[in-house]
Write a protein that binds this ligand. Structure first.
Ligand code: ZN
Length: 105
């Protein structure tokens, strides 16, 4: 990928993210507190992909939410920031992927 394409991709990604933030705020403003609480209760620690139960596994000082049904691995924003702030982040991410790798067979 060329540098300009990467910059262009990041620009469009930022625009998309800002649009999604605005939309989420609009939906939140329309949604009542009771509905928000019911949604939270129904989805708390449930996998966003398959609906399976998520398990918080502490790994290198970060709690990684893991779905052992579809093998999804989820990080909250602050957890992602903690990872990004560390030196050799890619090695940490590789270690997370290795740690949660599905057993063969
Ligand atoms: Zn899942």
């Amino acid at each position: 990928m060329s540098k300009s394409t990467k910059t262009e991709d990041e620009y469009f990604a930022r625009e998309e993210i800002e649009k999604r933030h605005r939309l989420a705020k609009e939906i939140e403003a329309r949604r009542g507190a009771q509905e928000a609480e019911e949604l939270k209760r129904a989805h708390w620690m449930r996998c966003p992909k398959c609906g399976g139960e998520l398990h918080g596994i502490k790994f290198r000082g970060i709690v990684v939410d893991r779905c052992f049904h579809c093998h999804g691995t989820w990080l909250d924003e602050d957890e992602l920031i903690k990872l990004a702030g560390k030196e050799e982040t890619h090695k940490v991410v590789e270690a997370v992927v290795d740690a949660f790798r599905r057993p063969k067979g």
